[in-house]
Structure formats: C-alpha cells, structure tokens
Design a protein around this ligand. Structure first.
Ligand code: CS2
Ligand code: MN
Length: 357
C-alpha cells in the first residue's frame, strides 16, 4: 500500500506541503489542474510547474485525481470525439512527469452530492452529510446555490460557472438511460485504454457518490455487478477502478471488503474512509475507525493486505475537527488521523503475517 494525499494546489488549499510532509508515510500528492475546464487538453507548462513544486518537497505525482470527462462524452454526442482526442493528449503529457494512475468519474452533471457541508456531530466536529428526504424534495438549482454559498473554495464538480446553466444539462440527459451511459463509457474506454496502456498509466474510475440515482440522473458505477460489467467493457489491467469505500459504503447493500477481495487486481487506487448510514438512508462521514461508521474499515484494509496490495491509497474525506478552517472534507487533521489508523491496521497485519503477532 503506497500512501498518497490529495492536495488542491497553491492558493487553492488550506493545507501546506510542509504539513503534508510531516504525516507519516505519505510519498506522493494526488493532484489535478483544477483551473483547466473538463474537455480541454492540459497545458504542459502548468504540468511542469506542478512537477517542480512537488520535487522541491520530495513528493511524487504518480496519481492524478481527476482528469474530468467532458459532459458530451457522457452524453454520447458527436462532439465527444474532439474531447476524447484532448483526453488522449493529456494522458501522453502526464506520462512525461511519471503519472501512473488517472482517477476519473462518469457521473452526469454533478460529482458527489451532499445536503450539508458542515453538519454538526455530537462531539462538536462537523462533517459532510446527506439528507435523503431533503434531496428528494429539493430542486437541483437550490442545492447548487447551497453548496457554493457554504464553501470558501470552489469544489470540483460544483463549478458555479458550469452549473449556472443547469436546466439545459438536465434537458440533455432526459433520454439518457443507464444502458446508454454504459455504451458511452464503453466508447470512451475503447479509445482511451490503448493510449493509457502505451504510456503505462492505469485508468481508475471512481464510483458514484452516493451510489444511486439522484435528481433522476442515470448513475452506473454503483455496485458489484456494475463494476464487474464496466471492467469487462475493455478487459485490460489498464481499465481499473478507484475503489472508494465511502462512496460505495453509502449503500449498506454494498459489501466493500468483498469487492476489494474480488477486484483487487483491478484497483490501482484505493480511497479509504468511513460513513455512517442511518435507517432512513441519510448518511454522515465519520472518522475512519470501524466502530464509528457502517463500513468495517479494518476489514477493508485486511482485504487489501490479504491481496498483497501494492497500489496507491489515500484517506478520503475527513471530518472538520479542532476548529480547522478548510475545504469541505479536505482538512489536515482528520485525514492525518485516518492515515494513522490505516497504517496501524496495516502494520498489525504485517506483524501477524511475519509470525510476530
Ligand atoms: C470524491 C470525488 O473522493 C472524492 O473526493 O468525492 O470528488 C472524486 O474526487 C471524484 O469523483 C473522482 O473523479
Ligand atoms: Mn472517493
């Protein structure tokens, strides 16, 4: 398990590289060019600037999250081909700075969806929260406003400029079924995977968050059967998944540890975090500890360990604790605590394996 940490870039993150350097075992940054709109080719000079900065602090840049997929590709429009070409050029450029994994998602319009960015928990910390009934009765426009008014940072997937004209986007998806979305993903993968393979970069699709349809939009990266299907669309080790325990775990019907055991060879990137799901379908992001949430994180780590996992892993979202002012879900403290929990479980399993348990 190779530990990495998501960083949004200078001026775009409350956490500093110096702080990340002090978290045990973190070797690389999970990065992106957040100011390049989805569909555009990434400029080489900006990639090289990032590389210089990472080198100065002794971090590698092997994991990108995300190179976002243009909406026309997900919609299967004729204009998709030019965006796919741009995607290929970006892959070629990323190979030049040593990138090995590209995380992306195939969610229509939005990325993750939550109703509250800073929901107060019993212990006074705050965390990302999803109120199912509220979502079901809410207009998408109101949610966009709510999200953007409550965060000091622009969040990927919630860019106000892009979502200003949300009605035509919804209109465009009106007749797109899950089956169509699978076909559009297949078209994309058939073109992208050979390029990824030639440059030794693994593509790793992120599950939908939450893993079911919201606002009537189709969502396909939601459960074991669909993951198995998408891995078969192009059956190559370069067509992989970012197994996000928190996203998939928001549906208690998903057995995350079992998915790790089944798909281990196709998981170049692991997102490990916990989530507590309530009976009414609401959920809140908790600490990583198994007993704090619905996902048995210790067992998830055990599943990776059993498979001799050598891929990349990061703590995913964290709570906001100790009064930290940060990007929702991306503070320093709780993610650092999460890393130490992951190492604790991992190291204990290593001792047992070596017969020193
Ligand atoms: C997710 C996504 O893991 C996460 O933070 O909430 O934002 C994820 O980064 C993207 O869906 C990956 O493309
Ligand atoms: Mn994730």
């Amino acid at each position: 398990m190779k530990m990495v940490f998501r960083w949004y870039g200078e001026g775009n993150d409350s956490v500093t590289l110096k702080q990340i350097k002090q978290i045990p075992g973190v070797e690389g940054l999970v990065w992106s060019l957040h100011d390049v709109p989805a569909g555009e080719e990434w400029p080489m000079d900006k990639i090289l600037d990032y590389k210089r900065l990472a080198d100065e602090h002794g971090f590698h840049l092997k994991v990108v999250e995300s190179v976002n997929v243009h909406e026309d590709i997900k919609l299967g429009l004729p204009s998709r081909d030019k965006y796919i070409e741009n995607y290929k050029r970006t892959i070629e450029k990323l190979a030049k700075v040593g990138v090995k994994v590209i995380c992306y998602n195939f969610m229509p319009i939005f990325d993750w969806i939550r109703t509250d960015l800073f929901k107060e928990m019993e212990d006074g910390s705050t965390a990302l929260f999803f109120d199912k009934a509220k979502i079901e009765s809410m207009a998408a426009e109101d949610l966009v406003r709510n999200i953007n008014e409550n965060s000091a940072f622009t969040m990927p997937g919630w860019e106000p400029e892009r979502l200003q004209r949300i009605a035509p986007l919804f209109e465009a998806y009106k007749n797109v079924s899950e089956e169509d979305l699978f076909n559009h993903l297949q078209y994309f993968l058939e073109q992208i995977i050979p390029v990824a393979e030639a440059h030794d970069i693994k593509m790793a699709i992120h599950p939908d968050d939450p893993p079911y349809s919201v606002f009537g939009l189709p969502r396909i990266v939601t459960n074991r059967d669909n993951i198995q299907r998408l891995l078969g669309l192009v059956d190559s080790p370069y067509n992989g998944i970012t197994l996000c325990s928190g996203s998939l775990g928001a549906n208690p019907g998903n057995d995350v540890a079992a998915m790790v055991r089944e798909f281990a060879g196709r998981i170049p990137f692991a997102h490990i975090r916990n989530v507590k799901v309530y009976e009414n379908g609401d959920f809140i992001e908790t600490s990583h500890r198994s007993s704090d949430g619905t996902v048995d994180i210790a067992d998830v780590v055990r599943a990776y360990h059993e498979n001799g996992y050598t891929g990349f892993a990061r703590p995913d979202h964290g709570r906001h604790i100790w009064d930290e002012q940060c990007r929702p879900g991306y503070g320093l403290y709780d993610r650092a605590l999460g890393i130490m929990y992951l190492w604790g479980v991992w190291d204990a399993l290593e001792r047992v394996k070596e017969g020193r348990g």
